[in-house]
Design a protein around this ligand. Structure first.
Ligand code: NI
Length: 189
C-alpha cells in the first residue's frame, strides 16, 4: 500500500518518534514503506513521513548504483530497514551535499555532515546490529535518523537561507506544490 507523504508543517515531523515494542511484526509496515518510497522515487523514508511517530526508517540506495556517480558507489546491498536505531557516533571530516526530502518537495540545499557514522539498530527479524557506514550511505542514514528525532535538513540552513525559503515552505504546508506522488498537507483547505 502506498501511503500519502506527510508535508512540511505537520507536527508529526517535529516529534521525537517513539521506540517500537520488541518483537512487533513490522513486515507489512516495512513493505508499505518501501512501496511508498519507491513510488515517490526516494532513497530513504522515515515512519513519521507517513504519519507514524515510531522509530523506523527504510533506505534503498540500490537505485543510485545504476548511475556511475562516484559518490554513489557500493550501493548494491544498501536496501534495509532500521528499527529503534541509535546513532552511536559521527566522526570524520564534514562534507557538503545538496539534500532533498520527500516531505519538502522541490527544495534542495547544501548540508554539511560528518563522513562516518556508527549505528546500532534492529533489523526486520529483530536481530540487533551494530554497523559503520561512510560517505553517501552515512548521509542517507543521518538524514533519516534526523526524521525520527523530529529534525529536518532545512534546520541546518543559515537564518538567511531559511528566510528566503519561507514562502516556498508555506506553499508546501498548504499543499500548493507539484509532486509525482500523493501528499498530505497539514494546512490544505
Ligand atoms: Ni527526508
Amino acid at each position: 500500500m502506498v501511503y500519502p507523504i506527510v508535508m512540511y508543517g505537520d507536527p508529526v515531523l517535529r516529534q521525537r518518534a517513539k521506540d517500537i515494542e520488541q518483537g512487533t511484526d513490522l513486515t507489512q509496515l516495512i513493505e508499505d514503506m518501501y512501496e511508498t518510497m519507491h513510488n515517490a522515487q526516494g532513497i530513504g523514508l522515515a515512519a513519521p513521513q507517513i504519519g507514524k511517530g515510531v522509530r523506523l526508517f527504510v533506505v534503498d540506495g540500490t537505485v543510485l548504483d545504476k548511475d556511475d556517480d562516484e559518490a554513489e558507489e557500493g550501493m548494491e546491498n544498501f536496501k534495509k530497514a532500521f528499527i529503534n536505531p541509535v546513532l552511536l557516533e559521527e566522526l570524520g571530516t564534514p562534507w557538503d551535499f545538496e539534500e532533498g526530502c520527500l516531505s519538502i518537495p522541490n527544495i534542495r540545499e547544501k548540508v554539511s555532515r560528518k563522513d562516518i557514522i556508527r549505528i546500532r539498530y534492529y533489523d526486520e527479524q529483530w536481530n540487533l546490529k551494530e554497523e559503520e557506514y561512510d560517505g553517501m550511505k552515512a548521509r542517507i542514514i543521518q538524514h533519516e535518523y534526523d526524521h525520527i528525532e523530529g529534525k529536518l535538513f532545512i534546520d541546518y540552513l543559515t537564518p538567511l537561507k531559511k528566510r528566503l525559503l519561507k514562502g516556498k515552505l508555506n506553499d508546501i504546508s498548504r499543499g500548493d506544490v507539484k509532486t509525482e506522488y500523493r501528499i498530505l498537507a497539514p494546512l490544505r483547505k
